[in-house]
Design a protein around this ligand. Structure first.
Ligand SMILES: N[C@@H](Cc1c[nH]c[nH+]1)C(=O)O
Length: 369
């Protein structure tokens, strides 16, 4: 028998005050997005696996929890990421809406497996997608919105890691010599920072990419010294402009990092902050496939609210006042209008501390205890 209170691995209850903190953070972040012109959409928790899966990269698709719908007999899946759903909305229901389209979203996502760093399987994603452009200006808007929104939560020590997920493939397409290696080999060797392996397969041309990782300014300078095709150089300039626009936060560049960027294209980024293990958010440019088989450029980010909650952010400093038995309803209403949370005693011996009250009503005024 499963003991009462036991939850499946990777799932948890949020209790006071964290449950409220989650809601407050979601509210604050989406309000910031709204103030920058991003309008909220709310896709469902569950969709056809075929449709949901096709909008995720390979690894993320394997993270979908699937089941058969007893009504339609189709395979459905719980979303592991909201970005693909927003893309679907953009190219179907909102296909005729003017571009760029600025949408925001918030809600729970579920993945089959947690990771060592974040064992939770359910988490809350909050984010924006700018659809119709992935230009340098769009990237600048989206990255600075992520930074502004996170700064608004009180998070300290914010830092940004940039990557260029399609860089290696672009260089290969431009004729950088692979030797006896395949594109996948080179990517795997770069992931492992395996200089010897690259040379052994005759793909030594890619070695300088390993050294071109670290603090963004130095990494960009190293990359710029390489024989890059014009299109890649233009993207590098866009990344440099983006870094220059963020003088107040630490920015690093790891140009070949692909882990977690299954569907992102010319730019990807992760956000980190003090007191939060693992990423706080991730984003980048990507292409949405339209029902006609064309593609539409987009860029956005998702923030993972649970890390912020676990770090103690979002806790609303509630002023809670205990109302002794028989308190006048009008007095209680006035206190609430003044921003108090009122807790009505249901017995004469109710003690403020038992109800996490900081005050007790004394006559018509709250008295600190
Ligand atoms: N949803 C992606 C990040 C993203 C949003 N938009 C583009 N990329 C993730 O959580 O990994």
């Amino acid at each position: 028998m499963i003991p009462p209170g036991l939850l499946p691995e990777g799932l948890r209850d949020r209790l006071p005050p964290q449950a409220e903190a989650t809601a407050a953070l979601v509210h604050g972040l989406t309000a910031t997005f709204a103030s920058h012109g991003y309008e909220r959409v709310q896709p469902p928790l569950v969709e056809y696996e075929e449709s949901l899966g096709s909008r995720l990269g390979g690894a993320a698709r394997r993270e979908l929890l699937r089941f058969t719908d007893p009504i339609s007999q189709h395979t459905l899946a719980l979303r592991s990421d909201i970005t693909g759903q927003v893309g679907r909305i953009a190219v179907t229901r909102l296909a005729a809406t003017a571009r760029p389209l600025r949408l925001s979203y918030a809600g729970p996502v579920l993945r089959v497996r947690g990771t060592q760093l974040s064992p939770e399987r359910e988490s809350v994603q909050v984010g924006v997608e700018l659809i119709g452009s992935d230009s340098p200006a769009a990237a600048g808007e989206v990255v600075s919105l992520a930074v502004t929104a996170l700064a608004g939560t009180g998070l300290a020590g914010l830092s940004l890691d940039l990557t260029m997920p399609t860089l290696v493939a672009d260089l290969v397409a431009a004729g950088w010599p692979l030797g006896r290696a395949s594109l996948a080999d080179v990517q795997a060797l770069l992931d492992g920072k395996d200089v010897g392996g690259l040379h052994a397969l005759g793909a030594g041309a890619f070695e300088p990419l390993i050294a071109a990782a670290g603090p963004a300014d130095a990494a960009l300078a190293r990359l710029a010294a390489l024989p890059l095709p014009d299109a890649v150089r233009a993207r590098l300039d866009a990344v440099a402009a983006l870094v220059a626009a963020l003088p107040d936060i630490a920015v690093t560049l790891d140009p070949t990092e692909r882990h977690g960027f299954e569907y992102q294209t010319w730019i990807g980024f992760s956000l980190f902050g003090a007191g939060v293990p693992g990423e706080i958010g991730r984003g980048g440019a990507y292409a949405i496939v339209t029902p006609e088989g064309a593609t539409e450029a987009a860029i956005g980010f998702s923030l993972y609210v649970d890390g912020l909650v676990d770090a103690g952010l979002g806790v609303v400093d509630a002023r809670r006042v205990l109302l002794p038995l028989g308190t006048d309803a009008a007095v209680a209403a006035r206190l609430r209008a003044d921003g108090w949370a009122t807790v009505a005693a249901l017995s004469a011996d109710a003690r403020p501390a038992d109800f996490r009250c900081t005050h007790i009503l004394d006559g018509v005024e709250p008295r600190a205890i």
